[in-house]
Design a binder for this molecule. Sequence first.
Ligand SMILES: Cc1cc2nc3c(=O)[nH]c(=O)nc-3n(C[C@H](O)[C@H](O)[C@H](O)COP(=O)(O)O)c2cc1C
Length: 207
Amino acid sequence: MTHRFMGHNEQMTTPIPLLVFAGSTRAQSWNRQLAGAVADIAAAEGAQVTRLELADFDVPLYNADLEATGTPADVVRLKEIFHAHPAWLICSPEYNGSYTALLKNTIDWVSSPVKGDPLWASGSKPFAGKVVGLLSASPGALGGLRSLSHLTPLLMNLQCWVAPRQFALAKAHEAFDPDGQLSVEASRTQAHAVVEQVLWAARQFQR
Ligand SMILES: Cc1cc2nc3c(=O)[nH]c(=O)nc-3n(C[C@H](O)[C@H](O)[C@H](O)COP(=O)(O)O)c2cc1C
């Protein structure tokens, strides 16, 4: 029996396809800005980054009667994109102590089997085995932390591997420089730690 051991450099240079998106479509969204900042950090770490904007997808409010008439094409597109990326970073706003209806609606649609399509017969297929890093941003003092404590079990229920390191960016309205980067070093360090852990874990899965 032969074993193939991956050399250190080889492992370090295999780019991880990383999906980055925010749970807000607001033009001036802090979470979209945070997504941009962590996408830059991840690209600098050698990840192959895809920025996803949920505003680019025409996804109605989930309704099983509507679904029975056919899964919207953009939902299938989202399934394909989620499935194609072994690692994700999600920047989640906090609404009333939880994550947004936009995120819930997106996840509900993407986790629902497509009737008559054996490719998408398993609802958890786009989610299972993904390494997911969670961040949040809010103008408030807790940085949207509570949204992450709700998002974590939801994603784990869909068989995602949620990275234990998370980051909630407080006072988000004071946190970015004019280039959209995190202006405070402590924030950059914490965001970087989430990115690093996600890429590290995704590399272990790649072996
Ligand atoms: C309905 C609603 C509820 C909110 N509840 C919270 C909350 O519980 N905690 C918090 O930190 N911010 C809360 N906010 C403020 C959001 O953090 C703020 O609007 C933020 O900018 C949203 O994220 P975004 O900038 O990425 O769109 C709430 C906002 C709305 C519209």
